[in-house]
Design a protein around this ligand. Structure first.
Ligand code: FAD
Ligand code: UDP
Length: 404
């Protein structure tokens, strides 16, 4: 058989979400040859968007709004397409009314008598001084009786039902960091996020990813599970297509899969996403309406309101039904379930995976962290830098292997 020279890539990246794509791009720009393997048939990870059969741009894996306080991340993503300012508003169905979420002074006015509202506002201003946001827990644990009662109200009617649906356990069993993502606002500000930069990609997220991956040193293979090409050998080496691989392997998938569930499965939460196109100009008042106290779904998203797409007479909505995550075809791992036990199991995987010093874990799945997009971009930029500082990945390190 004829002997054929085949160069190995400098870097293999598993996963084309923000984690994998930023790293692929950064390393390619620094002169490295990158092989990007994505097990789905498309790029973009959970940010992937596409036009549905009705011509409406939807987010296949749930609604994504880009928000950050990190100017470097903002500047970075702006390099790859046009973004438009977008001020995300959410309402929640409470007591037969539709009130702003995060719960704010306007919500109080909608739900409580005027006299009580003015007393509560005065007390809040006095107790929390200059602060614009507090956590529901701070209200709940306040020594002032009426403020603690307000906290209890918000806890019961904004958080308890939604959280039980979302996580499948009572709210008091959910890590506080999760519910603290949504504050109580001490004022009339009614945006869902408080970040300085809040954006949506004008042509959609997929277009941003296409631009990022359009680089002569990036080769992208879709429909390819990295485990079919990469093997972690017990002796600490990594093999690519049956040959020892000397480059770097970046993995953005679930870490337990890499070690064949040696320490048991890492739990994640999933969603059953139900899309529906309605013959209506508009389905609801704002982009997202939450249902903390009724319905089996948590929220309804109306995509036209997020994307700014103009399409008259029809609109597509999405209902999110949270579900347990089982490792089966068609189910997605959307949320790591943060608690000390799961974190300890994750740490066992991370420690064991440190055996392979060419391996880097990055992203929401691989690091088992409830990252937002901006956090993943920032982390991926940092990991890229660490990889570039490795001695063994100097410019002349590309290995040549001989295949027969
Ligand atoms: P992912 O986007 O999950 O990408 C990982 C990729 O790796 C996937 O494409 C997967 O197919 C691939 N992969 C996994 N294993 C393998 C393998 N073995 N071989 C090859 N490929 C593999 N963040 C925000 O900032 N704003 C929001 O509004 C927002 N909304 C969200 C709504 C929902 C419903 C969810 C679930 C998340 C939301 N997020 C939001 C968070 C955001 O989705 C994550 O921060 C982001 O997806 C993380 O990017 P990632 O690259 O780490 O992971
Ligand atoms: N949450 C809630 N009620 C709401 C909105 C959020 O109880 O109306 C809680 C819920 O536990 C949720 C968490 O706050 O999982 C974080 O909300 P976020 O909107 O950040 O969730 P994501 O968009 O990531 O699903």
């Amino acid at each position: 058989m004829k002997r054929q020279r085949k160069e190995q890539p400098d870097v293999v990246v598993a996963g084309a979400g923000f984690a994998g794509t930023v790293i692929a791009r950064e390393l390619a720009e620094a002169g490295k040859h990158v092989l990007l393997l994505e097990k789905r048939e498309h790029i973009g990870g959970n940010m992937y968007d596409e036009k549905n059969a009705d011509g409406i741009l939807i987010h296949r894996y749930g609604p994504h709004i880009f928000h950050t306080n990190d100017a470097a991340v903002y500047e970075y993503v702006r390099r790859f397409g046009t973004w438009m300012p977008y001020y995300h508003q959410v309402r929640g169905k409470i007591g037969g009314k539709e009130v702003p979420i995060p719960f704010n002074f306007q919500a109080m006015e909608q739900l409580f008598p005027a006299e009580k509202v003015s007393r509560l506002q005065q007390k809040l201003r006095f107790l929390f001084r200059e602060r614009k946001r507090v956590s529901v827990m701070e209200l709940l644990e306040c020594s002032e009786k009426e403020i603690a009662e307000l906290g209890q109200f918000v806890y019961d009617f904004v958080f308890a039902g939604y959280t039980a649906k979302q996580w499948g356990v009572p709210v008091d069993q959910v890590d506080r960091s999760v519910i603290n993502r949504v504050p109580v606002v001490l004022g009339y500000e009614n945006g869902y996020f408080a970040d300085v930069y809040q954006l949506m990609p004008q042509e959609g997220y997929t277009s941003i990813f296409e631009t990022m991956l359009r680089h002569p040193r990036i080769q992208c293979c879709l429909g390819t599970d990295a485990q079919t090409r990469i093997t972690l050998q017990e002796n600490g080496t990594i093999w690519l297509d049956g040959t020892v691989f000397h480059g770097v392997f970046v993995y953005t998938g679930m870490p337990d899969e890499l070690l064949h569930y040696r320490y048991g499965t890492l739990p994640y939460r999933s969603l059953d996403l139900q899309f529906e196109t309605l013959q209506l100009e508009s389905a609801q008042s704002v982009g997202v309406v939450n249902y903390p106290n009724s319905e089996a779904f948590t929220r309804i998203t109306e995509f036209k309101k997020l994307t700014g797409q103009k399409k008259s007479g029809i609109t597509t909505i999405l209902r999110e039904y949270p579900t347990a995550f089982a490792r089966q075809e068609g189910q997605e791992a959307y949320y790591p379930i943060e608690n000390p036990e799961n974190r300890a199991r994750y740490e066992r995987y991370r420690t064991a995976l440190a055996t392979w010093n060419q391996l880097y874990l990055c992203g929401r799945l691989a690091e088992y962290r409830y990252y937002n997009m901006d956090g993943v971009v920032a982390r991926a930029l940092q990991v890229s830098q660490e990889i570039l500082e490795r001695k063994s990945l100097s410019n002349d390190s590309r290995t040549v292997c001989l295949l027969t």
